[in-house]
Design a protein around this ligand. Sequence first.
Ligand SMILES: [Zn+2]
Length: 319
Amino acid sequence: MFPIIDGHTDYVLSLLETGRDFLTESDSGHVDLPRARRGNVAAMLSAVFIRDAYLPGQALARTLRAVDRLLETIAASGGRMQLVTNVAELERCLHDGTFGAILHFEGAEAIDPEFAVLRLGYRLGLRSLGLTWSRPNIYAEGVGPDDRGRGLTQLGRALVRACNELGVLLDVSHLNDAGFWDVIECSTQPVVASHSNCRALCPIPRNLTDEQIRALAAKGGLLGINFHVGFLRAGAERPEDVSLGDVIAHIDHVAELVGVDYVAFGSDFDGATMPRDLPDVAALPRLVEALLRHGYDDAAVSKICYENWLRVFRTVWQA
Ligand SMILES: [Zn+2]
């Protein structure tokens, strides 16, 4: 049994928008607590994502609503879930089967230029931040249609430094290429691409070039492999267009390029279209079995499933 740390999931957004109960198994969405337990998930980066309709004025209010929903869900779980804010809590989840929620902001739109929201967010449990989703803001530009190719703003660089000092992990998935290289240059801590794949295999802007993957590895970070069909195989749109083999091909590419220490999972469950044979979180053991059959030994599979994420958090959180 290999416990899994999943580097990116949108279940909080799904709970807010559908009103479904995370603690009860349902057919809706990709993640709920019973299915996560069957998937042997120990912890998930739990994203707070703000739709365009709430920007700019409602970004903070919407963020607080999402955090409240997550904390209320944890409170109602009777100890089956916990907010993970340090390494000891994460290790507990890895060992005893408690589901760990790690709070991540997917975009810094709610964060004010004085970083009061960053500091208060940290007190609420924020431990990971993407400077932007695929759109521009006062800190950075994303990879979307509005990408003008500019790197981080001065405020963006200051936000990187503030995250380094607080112990908030920086996530470059969704940043444009110029922003990626600015974060690599600015950050004194390991940096991750929590849910992006290899551009060499699937040439789209959300995926990373070999040079970028080498830079993440050189800083001690990692690439979390995204299961979204269109990020695994260019042009794929439907679950039947890809398979577990495509996920493994991206893992192989990173492992061959920089080693198995720098690749992990970042599923994008509840935010993307999943492969036919990986329809939801409960199917994760199939992927683990496929990795073992493919030739990865127990030590390598442990790294991919959770040890690489644990190493990054141990370094960045410093607690
Ligand atoms: Zn995303």
